[in-house]
Design a protein around this ligand. Structure first.
Ligand SMILES: [Mg+2]
Length: 236
């Protein structure tokens, strides 16, 4: 067994319940602000989540609702900054809460001297205030989609975290909620623990080392307990 030196977290859907009550709301507000009739309800948004990245998601939607491809892309690129601004406001208003078990897991890892990092394809403008509001300054290295535009399932954002921290993949574990996230982490040769949510329960997460119902699932809690206890034993 190799010592657990770092845990690298995804943000959306993993550390926080941000999709349904955050991003979805921000996309709809951006559509309304631009005078567009488009609205995404909870189920429709669940389907659209298969497409990673806000601009891609909007482009796909505008095309599938009959806009010509070039117009769809232009519209999506124009709306994305508004969506980011609205998302940032939701974050600053405290609308996005940590998932159950997130704070406890972070506390436990910190107590054991495990470094905490973030690998997200979200935009830094809302990711930073979100992490600060929800968790304080607990993360060492935060790499976002602003620095690494390759979307998951590309491993690029994980590889960037590993490169910046100098951590070997066998000494780190990724925590993800979705199929694209698990694929990104495992392509970077990381072990990945999946904490599903309502939107990702139907995803194929079979590449993950463990698939749990959430960060407060006793199976996930005991998986980390076992790892940390093992490391402590080796140190003695
Ligand atoms: Mg996610």
């Amino acid at each position: 067994m190799t010592r657990l030196e770092a845990v690298i977290f995804d943000v959306d859907g993993t550390l926080v319940d941000s999709e349904r009550d955050g991003h979805r709301v921000a996309f709809n507000a951006a559509f309304a602000e631009a005078g567009l009739p488009d609205r995404w309800d909870v189920d429709c948004y669940g389907q659209l989540l298969k497409i990673a990245g806000g601009t891609h998601r909007m482009t796909y939607w505008f095309e599938s609702t009959g806009r010509p491809p070039a117009h769809a892309r232009e519209l999506a690129e124009r709306l994305h900054p508004s969506k980011t601004r609205i998302m940032r406001r939701l974050v600053e208003d405290g609308q996005i809460r940590p998932r159950p078990g997130a704070r406890q897991l972070i506390e436990q890892l910190t107590e054991h001297g495990v470094a905490l990092h973030v690998a997200t394809t979200g935009t830094r403008a809302w990711v930073e205030p979100l992490l600060r509001n929800a968790f304080g300054d607990v993360f060492d290295t935060v790499v976002t989609g602003t620095e690494v535009p390759d979307l998951k399932p590309s491993p690029a954002v994980y590889l960037e975290v590993l490169a910046r921290t100098g951590c070997a993949p066998e000494h780190a574990v990724a925590v993800e909620d979705s199929a694209n996230g698990v694929l990104a982490a495992t392509a970077a040769r990381l072990r990945c623990v999946a904490a599903q949510n309502a939107y990702t329960r139907s995803h194929d997460l079979s590449a993950a080392t463990l698939v749990a119902d959430g960060l407060d699932d006793p199976e996930l809690v005991s998986w980390f307990d076992t790892r940390l206890a093992e490391d402590q034993r080796l140190e003695r």
